[in-house]
Design a protein around this ligand. Structure first.
Ligand SMILES: [Zn+2]
Length: 239
């Protein structure tokens, strides 16, 4: 098996090698009447399939640097790996060292695009990854009608791009309008969640969940910090 690296020269060589072997097998043993017995045919067919898997694998490393050529049905195929442009990928190949890249930034759809008929039809990206214990989800969708409650009229779900990160119970979600932080709380009493803007809350309450705001001299908002619940609890214990 050739070495697995991702420099494009080697990728190109690997792909060419595999394709040559596939052609060889096909011409020699798989073309009509070439195999001597049925068993022979099956054996070479199996090898051909394995080579096909290798071809898929190496193609995942191809950056299609030479562009595409026109093939039948108006499709375009990469000059190097022969993959059809825009064809759905079934696997993702990642380097072990260094930052990994999966997909590209897909913005929230423009408002002008009309509502899709269903959630499924509206979905542009719906993906998730578990990364060293943290969970990251990305969802990009057009607007669509949704029936949240049975028997009730459907409501329109607005187009959006939502990114969610979950780490040790803390959930952060970022969408077109909000950055939401969800805390791993104690047992929530059903239906009893209160809300309010910071300046509306009494100081006594604010002291229970310390939030630090960063701002500039002209009142520019720079960010905020929340103390982890564990730090919170130990604080409470010592007081
Ligand atoms: Zn390619």
């Amino acid at each position: 098996m050739p070495k697995i690296v991702s420099d494009q020269k080697t990728v190109k060589q690997n792909i060419a090698h595999v394709l040559r072997l596939m052609d060889f097998l096909n011409d020699r043993y798989l073309a009509k009447g070439r195999a001597r017995t049925r068993k022979d045919f099956q054996r070479f067919f199996d090898i051909y399939q394995m080579l096909g898997t290798a071809w898929e694998y190496f193609s995942l490393q191809c950056r299609h640097g030479k562009g595409f050529r026109r093939v039948r049905d108006g499709h375009q195929a990469c000059w190097i790996c022969g993959k059809i442009r825009g064809a759905p990928q079934t696997e993702v190949l990642l380097n072990v060292k260094g930052p990994k890249v999966i997909g590209r930034f897909v913005p929230s759809p423009p408002r002008s695009v009309k509502t899709r008929s269903s959630e499924k039809a509206a979905m542009v990206v719906d993906d998730a990854i578990r990364f060293h214990g943290a969970t990251l989800k990305v969802r990009v969708h057009h607007s669509y009608p949704s029936r949240l409650f049975k028997g009730k009229d459907s409501i329109a779900i607005a187009k959006d791009r939502i990114v969610e990160l979950k780490e040790r119970g803390v959930g952060i979600s970022i969408d077109d309008h909000l950055v939401n932080v969800e805390w791993p709380g104690g047992k929530r009493q059903r239906g009893k969640i209160y809300g309010g803007l910071a300046f509306e809350l009494p100081k006594k309450l604010l002291a229970k969940f310390p939030i630090l705001f960063s701002y500039g001299p002209r009142g520019q908002f720079y960010g905020l910090e929340l103390f982890r619940p564990s730090a919170n609890q130990s604080r409470r214990r010592t007081s």
